[in-house]
Write a protein that binds this ligand. Structure first.
Ligand code: ADP
Length: 233
């Protein structure tokens, strides 16, 4: 039996993942170890195909490892059923993707209200928190606009507000600024990191942007299926 790393919000413990297609096997993770503590922001920088998405999917309970364990807040998730995994994902984990994935037919405000109502809050409670988050991200003026009426940077701010809506303990982001121009990317990143630090979240951000990675607490990479410290140069 493996044990969770002390105080870690996310702990990947010797995680293995092999993709099998036909007769061929592709081992992507070969015993990956990673622990992230509250308030800690970790960058994941690795070449395409190294396994970043696979690792994020494991951490986000979207896929199960073939071996090893994923602990969220000290809870071993491997033996949980789908309903329990979905429950943990909704309450403990926030996701930000490269493309915002907002619901196009709903306003910015509604996009932040809906996940909270799914998690059981009343419309009143959800609306109040959604407004606070949009104000914090300085897009409250655009609260009633649909995603298509917002700029790329505004859409991504709404996506961040939505990710924080259920006050998760873990934030997972996959190239959250990859689709933005450098200046907008900088502003969005600043908003993201400030929220992570103020709310004592644990954050794992996959990015190709080394300048942004340097502003996080540490940077890791994937090498031959293992998580190792990233060394520049
Ligand atoms: P990254 O996010 O770093 O680009 P991925 O985690 O997406 O890497 O993929 C790692 C490797 O696993 C790649 O070679 C990819 O083709 C392969 N892979 C990813 N998902 C699957 C899948 N569902 N079935 C088979 N192979 C996959």
């Amino acid at each position: 039996m493996s044990a969770p790393a002390k105080d870690a919000v996310l702990h990947l413990d010797k995680v293995e993942r092999v993709y099998v297609s036909g007769a061929s096997e592709l081992p992507v993770l070969k015993g990956a170890e990673l622990a992230i503590r509250p308030g800690e922001l970790v960058a994941l920088v690795a070449p395409s195909g190294a396994g970043k998405s696979t690792l994020l999917h494991m951490a986000g309970l979207l896929e199960k490892p073939d071996r090893g364990e994923v602990f969220i807040g000290g809870v071993a998730t491997g033996s949980l059923d789908d309903q329990a995994r979905t429950g943990l994902r909704r309450t403990e984990i926030g996701f930000v993707y490269q493309f915002h994935h907002l619901l196009p037919e709903f306003s910015a405000l509604e996009n932040c209200i809906i996940p909270q109502m799914i998690a059981g809050l009343t419309r009143g409670e959800a609306t109040e928190r959604a407004r606070q988050l949009l104000a914090y991200l300085r897009i409250d003026q655009r609260a009633d606009h649909r995603p298509a009426e917002l700029s790329g940077g505004e859409q991504q701010r709404v996506a961040i507000a939505r990710a924080f809506a259920n006050a998760p303990r873990l934030l997972l982001a996959d190239e959250p600024t990859g689709n933005l121009d450098p200046k907008t990317s900088d502003h969005v990143f600043e908003a993201l990191t400030t929220l992570v630090r103020e709310t004592e979240l644990a954050g794992l951000v996959a990015t190709h942007n080394l300048a942004l990675a340097r502003r996080m607490d540490r940077t890791v990479t994937l090498k031959d299926g293992l998580v190792v410290p990233y060394e520049e140069g």
